[in-house]
Design a protein around this ligand. Structure first.
Ligand code: DLL
Length: 434
């Protein structure tokens, strides 16, 4: 694979500034952000007052721990525009995520927020190894989802040639990657697998594609999956993270030269990791729930927003900004089977070790005679259909040995597992609701 390391002088100076410089900027911006939220969003005034804190109480970055958390239901309770901190006519854009409970979460951006968003996404694309003039095949969904339009903003800022293909019509995806000579692709890792399948269906070899790098996010994926995708396309695969409440894609990104976790753009998003049970701030290096405070957002400031994503913070490497480890999963996606916690990423890791099985999977939870049962649905490759049963036994044994739970593995023929065109649905919960 080609060395795509961006030249140092192409980076934003703050990416490689000293920790002292970064901390000083964070403190100044954090003071502004707390005051801005308190003065302009009734929810924050009420929650700070209830907790007995005032923006003036923040004298050091550590003082942030005194401020109350914000959770998803706070945003829902203020649907649609109640969390906006600027008059509605200064909101240049809204996005929304549908969530699982029906009521969408709405977020907003001023023109300046959109410019900051473009800046951080451009940083991500550059850290991934793209440079002005590259052709980007952007297969994240366009629309209310932040993926498509968020990446698009950053691609414009970096000076790429963007192909705004969005998700779906997989045969056309392959055709346009090839015909237009795309050098980069932005897409969910699960949809990338569908694109790989489509290459095979068209009798084309993805290793011969013009792609040099894929930038994958919007859902958890493992290093084992990275290897699978890198080998299939003979290209780099890097991780991009973000969430609509904090901005969208572009909160953090891996560097192509190190691939050792995602650098958080800490000059705009202040991270903390907390113990999800007690809310206590954990020292860097410990695994817990990621919490973000926006430092510069005008339309939709978030103060100590609980992401539900589990990770740990680590010191900077290729950039001075701290890294977060690849997200293990969301606390919402954690399945508890007879007392053992299981994440879909743990299943994915084991699946990748069984060569006769395709990388697609779905987990089904059922209640059988008052006991919870987990079935893992997988499929064989076109040339391994005969080995299916043995491969299923192998996978069940690996899951038992590494995760500690007994699962049933159902093997389907190639194409038998539902394909994703965006975020994969990993868990189908058929258990009766309590
Ligand atoms: O998924 C934004 C995005 C778009 C990120 C494109 C990256 C690329 P939401 O729809 O609000 O926003 O979903 C956010 O997706 O809290 C995580 O649970 C999950 N997620 C996003 N990126 C990653 C990642 C977009 N790289 C939620 N690894 C987040 C693991 C991720 N999970």
């Amino acid at each position: 694979m080609e060395d795509l390391t961006p030249p140092k002088d192409s980076l934003d100076p703050i990416e490689i500034a000293s920790r002292d410089e970064i901390a000083a900027l964070q403190l100044e911006r954090l003071k502004w952000s707390l005051a801005h939220a308190y003065q302009n969003v009734p929810h924050y005034k009420a929650s700070f007052d209830a907790a007995g804190v005032h923006p003036d109480d923040l004298r050091s970055l550590d003082d942030l721990a005194k401020f109350p958390f914000t959770v998803k239901t706070d945003l829902r309770d203020n649907y649609p525009f109640g969390m906006f901190a600027v008059p509605r006519d200064q909101v240049a854009r809204v996005h929304a995520s549908s969530g699982t409970t029906g009521q969408p979460t709405v977020v907003g951006y001023t023109a300046r927020d959109l410019d900051v968003w473009a800046t951080v996404v451009a940083r991500c694309l550059r850290a991934s190894g793209l440079k002005p003039g590259d052709i980007l095949h952007n297969a994240y969904g366009y629309g209310l989802f932040t993926g498509g339009l968020g990446i698009h903003l950053g691609a414009d800022k970096l000076g790429l040639t963007t192909v705004p293909i969005s998700g779906g019509m997989t045969n056309r995806q392959v055709r346009l990657i090839e015909d237009f000579g795309a050098t980069g692709i932005t897409v969910t890792p699960s949809y990338a697998l569908s694109i790989i399948d489509e290459y095979a269906a068209q009798g084309r070899d993805p290793r011969l594609s013009p792609l040099k790098v894929g930038i994958f996010g919007a859902e958890p994926w493992t290093n084992a999956m990275r290897q699978e995708i890198e080998e299939a396309f003979d290209m780099h695969a890097v991780d991009i993270y973000g969430l609509s409440e904090v901005m969208g894609p572009g909160v953090a990104n891996e560097c192509v030269e190190t691939k050792d976790g995602l650098h958080i753009w800490e000059d705009h998003f202040y991270p903390e990791v907390i113990d999800p049970e007690t809310g206590r701030v954990l020292p860097d290096g410990e695994l817990g729930e990621l919490v973000f405070t926006s430092l510069t957002k005008e339309a939709f400031p978030v103060i100590r927003y609980r992401t539900r994503d589990l990770t740990r913070l680590m010191p900077g490497t290729a950039r001075s900004m701290r890294r977060m480890e690849k997200v293990t999963g969301r606390s919402d996606d954690m399945m508890i089977l007879r007392g053992v916690n299981v994440f879909p990423t743990q299943i994915e890791e084991q699946l990748m070790l069984v060569p006769a099985l395709a990388p697609h999977f779905q987990v089904e939870l059922n209640r059988v005679e008052h006991r919870d049962e987990m079935r893992v649905k997988v499929e064989t490759l076109p040339d391994t259909v005969e080995q299916g049963e043995a491969a299923a036994r192998d996978l069940a044994a690996r899951i038992k040995a590494s995760v500690g739970v007994t699962v049933k593995v159902d093997v389907a023929a190639p194409g038998g597992v539902a394909r994703s065109q965006g975020k994969a649905v990993r868990i189908v919960d058929n258990r009766p609701k309590a």
